[in-house]
Design a protein. Structure first.
Length: 136
């Protein structure tokens, strides 16, 4: 087989094999430029890996335990190399925001219950103040 005739800027020859019936390899043949561009645009599209975030679909993100489980899964995916650390960081930020929101919602519910109790006690105090005193 014939080698590519392309010479690099430093004067060394390309070591790739030339395309059959041509002087240059696929990468250096000026007549194959359009095919190179098409191949580059297709590069990697047929080898899509499964999305490492599919586990999130199975988790209940409406309660703290589900969010903590999701964060743990994301941690393991980053650690094993299945998930890009930047995506893992994004998930951690979102997960922590969800946890804070749930905690604030629960706190508001507790405050509403306490306010109801205070209102009931105030109503009872007002009712008792309107009653005639037993000494009169």
């Amino acid at each position: 087989m014939r080698r590519c005739s392309f010479l690099r800027p430093d004067g060394t020859a390309c070591q790739a094999y030339a395309v059959t019936g041509r002087e240059f390899c696929f990468f250096h043949d000026p007549e194959l430029r359009a095919e190179r561009l098409a191949a580059a645009s297709r590069g990697g599209k047929g080898r899509k890996k499964p999305d490492p975030l599919l586990f999130l679909e199975e988790l209940d993100l409406s309660d703290p335990e589900g969010i903590q489980c999701a964060l743990g899964e994301a941690f393991l995916a980053v650690r094993s190399g299945r998930l890009d650390p930047r995506r893992g960081n994004c998930l951690a930020l979102i997960g922590n925001a969800l946890l804070r929101w749930i905690q604030q919602r629960e706190m508001q519910e507790q405050m509403d219950l306490v306010q109801e109790q205070v209102d009931l006690l105030q109503n009872e105090v007002e009712r008792l103040q309107c009653l005639p005193s037993p000494t009169s």
